[in-house]
Design a protein around this ligand. Structure first.
Ligand SMILES: [Zn+2]
Ligand SMILES: [Zn+2]
Length: 112
């Protein structure tokens, strides 16, 4: 088992403190290979407490900054991936929240 896969396994359990503890042991560059937890696109760092891409970071920020009332046109079980992430804002936001994204968590790691 490589060091990278160890890091990925740890991240599967959404424990921010554990993540921060582990992070000290791994070079930041290794985070780059972990895809966005929301849509699977290439992540750009940890945003609002979750590893996400720039697109999902911006989406979550917008969803928090104004009064939004997303509606799901389907059964609230839309696929949220790189291709379909813009099709349903409701389900995308739900996935963000399920993964533990929070506006209270500042971006503390910004990869170039
Ligand atoms: Zn994403
Ligand atoms: Zn939906």
């Amino acid at each position: 088992m490589s060091r990278t896969s160890i890091l990925v396994l740890e991240l599967e359990s959404p424990s921010w403190n554990l993540f921060m503890k582990k992070l000290r042991w791994f070079p930041q560059a290794q985070i780059e290979i972990i895809p966005c937890k929301v849509c699977g696109d290439k992540s750009s760092g940890v945003h609002y407490g979750v590893i996400t891409c720039e697109g999902c970071k911006g989406f979550f920020r917008r969803s928090q900054s104004s009064v939004v009332n997303y509606q799901c046109p389907r059964q609230k079980n839309c696929v949220v991936d790189r291709i379909n992430r813009n099709r349903c804002q409701y389900c995308r936001l739900q996935k963000c929240l399920t993964l533990g994204m929070s506006r209270d968590v500042l971006t503390i790691i910004q990869l170039s």
